[in-house]
Design a protein around this ligand. Structure first.
Ligand SMILES: *Cc1c(COP(=O)(O)O)cnc(C)c1O
Length: 378
């Protein structure tokens, strides 16, 4: 029958009327730039992430850019981050003339290995960007200790991790100096196009980002700062105000699907034979079995590329996030890295594959995915 990697049609169908009503209402209001819908979303997302302030922006990419701009990152500065993430994490740093300094990942979580950060800090280091990849928190305890000790800002790239909690129950995005979110349609909370948000507990940074979002102008036509047009569309905010109400229930479905995959893969014997390794929800919160919001369910497998070809033939959607770590990207050749510099990131890039985990996935579809994987190794 086939199973897509993501089924947006199934996701949006039950909300069709409600979303259309929100768009209709925005159209009637003729407010297309900022306005009450954006304000309401900012308040709600900030509260959801346990942060004081939220500022709606054009995308997750621009969320990273505006966060770095607000912190004054520029030429001569270094920003420490992971080699294994979506391109924007490092791209935003370079666009401001700063240098990304890479630190390898913890193979269990695919996130920055905190034990390797200190060696990478220099006089020029200005900030750290941990990424909460696939929906699981980076190890924020030691990262924040180090940041305080060395007086570094921390920008959380939480694009894939809205609502994720760290071991202490704090939600990602509000742990560091600034948290960055994306509403790209494939994220757990997606809009009908591009959108993003930054959150912070710092009133000065919040004000700076608000001003930077509209070309640094305040009052209108008077510019103390050089910003850009980083505004979240009102229509997208209206859609997100509808969708946010359902986010917890979607997250729960993703977590149930993850539990179900665990059972099915156990029964298949593939784990015992070492053919497939499941993602590990490493951080446990008291009373909660795992806290991972599974934006992606990423397997580590034997003969990855052949398995993908096999699954494609069976109509099962998969994707490699991300096949080329930053240090091996052509555009970052000037950084002077070579193969072998970040072995865990390289291993992750070569051995992993994402399988469908979206909230509307049925038990039958999950069984189909696991059967197809089992057939390949038989
Ligand atoms: C999606 C994503 C971004 C960028 O978000 P956009 O809204 O697509 O610009 C940044 N970082 C990570 C880790 C992402 O997954």
């Amino acid at each position: 029958m086939g199973v897509p990697l993501l089924d947006l049609k199934a996701h949006h169908e039950p909300l069709h009327q409600e979303i259309m009503a929100a768009i209709e209402q925005t159209f009637r209001s003729q407010t297309f730039i900022l306005g009450p819908e954006v304000g309401k979303l900012e308040e709600q997302i900030a509260a959801y992430c346990q942060a004081k302030y939220g500022i709606g922006v054009t995308s997750g990419t621009d969320a990273l850019l505006i966060a770095l701009m607000a912190l004054g990152v520029g030429p001569g500065d270094e920003v420490i981050t992971t080699p294994y993430s979506f391109f924007a994490t490092a791209g935003a740093v370079v666009r401001l003339g700063a240098k990304p300094v890479l630190v390898d990942i913890d193979p269990r979580t695919f996130n920055l290995d905190p034990g390797k950060i200190e060696k990478a800090i220099t006089q020029r280091t200005k900030a750290l960007i941990p990424v909460h990849l696939y929906g699981q928190s980076a190890d924020m305890g030691p990262i924040m200790d180090l940041a305080h000790r060395r007086q570094l800002a921390v920008i959380e790239d939480a694009a894939q991790a809205i609502g994720t909690e760290y071991t202490d129950g704090r939600r990602v995005g509000s742990i560091g100096t600034i948290g960055c979110f994306s509403f790209f349609p494939s994220k757990n909370l997606g809009c009908l196009g591009d959108g993003g948000m930054v959150v912070t507990n710092d009133p000065d940074l919040a004000e700076r980002m608000r001003v930077l979002r509209t070309h640094g102008s305040k009052p209108k036509y008077y510019h103390k700062l050089i910003g850009g047009n980083f505004r979240l569309d009102t229509i997208q905010a209206a859609v997100l105000n509808v969708k946010l109400k359902y986010l917890d229930q979607w997250t729960q479905r993703r977590q149930e699907n993850a539990d179900c995959y665990k059972q099915l893969f156990q029964q298949s014997g593939l784990i015992q034979k070492g053919k497939v390794q499941l993602p590990e929800a490493v951080y446990r919160i008291s009373g909660v079995k795992h806290y991972h919001i599974y934006n992606q369910f990423v397997l580590r497998v034997e003969r990855r590329n052949d398995l993908m070809a096999h699954l494609k033939q069976k109509g099962i959607g998969t994707e490699v996030y991300y096949p080329v770590p930053f240090h091996l990207q052509e555009c970052f050749r000037y950084l002077g890295h070579q193969e072998g510099d970040f072995p865990e990131s390289e291993r992750a890039a070569n051995e992993t594959v994402a399988v469908p985990i979206y909230p509307e996935l049925t038990l039958a579809q999950q069984a189909e995915v696991v059967d197809a994987v089992a057939t390949f190794y038989r």
